[in-house]
Design a protein around this ligand. Sequence first.
Ligand SMILES: C[S@@+](CC[C@H](N)C(=O)[O-])C[C@H]1O[C@@H](n2cnc3c(N)ncnc32)[C@H](O)[C@@H]1O
Length: 296
Amino acid sequence: MKKDLITTLDKHLYRQAFDRAATSYDEAAVLQKEVGKRLLERLDYVRLQPQCILDLGSGTGLCTAALRQRYKKAHIISLDIAPAMLLTAKNKLSWLEKTLSGKQRYICGDADYLPLKDQSVDMIISNLTLQWCPELDHTFTELHRVLKPDGLLMFTTLGPDTLKELRQSWQSVDKNIHVHNFIDMHDVGDALLRARFADPVMDMETITMTYQDARTLMQDLKTLGAHNASPSRPRGLTGKRRLQSMLTEYERFRVNDVLPATYEVVYGHAWTTHVKGDRQHSPQREQQVPFHPRMQ
Ligand SMILES: C[S@@+](CC[C@H](N)C(=O)[O-])C[C@H]1O[C@@H](n2cnc3c(N)ncnc32)[C@H](O)[C@@H]1O
């Protein structure tokens, strides 16, 4: 993994940003809803009947709700670092769901230090959260710890081309980090193997959102809580002149009267085995295409 590119993030800062965004998140989460839907559709091909599911970085509960529908008998744990996100998710439960919510738990916690027992979860689903965990070796080891043998980790995250237009526009203005650097899909796959996950499968797709202007894109990111949490971020307010220069630079990308914002969406899944020296294949698993390490 390119350590020079992947910085650590200020968790305290982004947690506050997600807390502030908790009540507005859903209205701006167009991409997150679509990607979450596509992620969960992949479960159609998995013959696992989980008793306990962890929705990691559950946010306002978009995926949790769909998981509840899909696995009616399962215990679901919604875990998020931002307490206000969990509260918003909880408040969305209908009266009936609240009455039946014995199978639903909300935990405020950090993906890197899960307050869960070893081998206690059958499946971890995580939609667009792992890009906030740049120490992936550490995170995946923790996820591996809480998964039972033959447990499944299925996730989406963001790849390096994400917000490339915004990143390039800022780069023409100054040398500060305004947009995070995201981890390459192949490095994510390598990190899964290092954390002793078996049979990782990785793929990606590019989704382009369009905006009337770059200010609206920046406002959307704010509404989502997607704050710049890089330690090298510029401190203080961005000067009006520099902001205007960036907006002018972004105009170079205008096509058909709209501005594109690229998202490289990375999909991954992998299994736990916990069987010494044996990559045990469970009959419950789907037909798999193995992950191929990076071609040089
Ligand atoms: C982009 S939102 C995605 C939320 C939800 N999965 C969805 O599909 O709408 C990312 C979420 O991850 C949470 N998050 C970020 N870093 C985390 C960490 N280290 N541990 C737990 N949750 C984290 C944030 O608080 C936020 O709610």
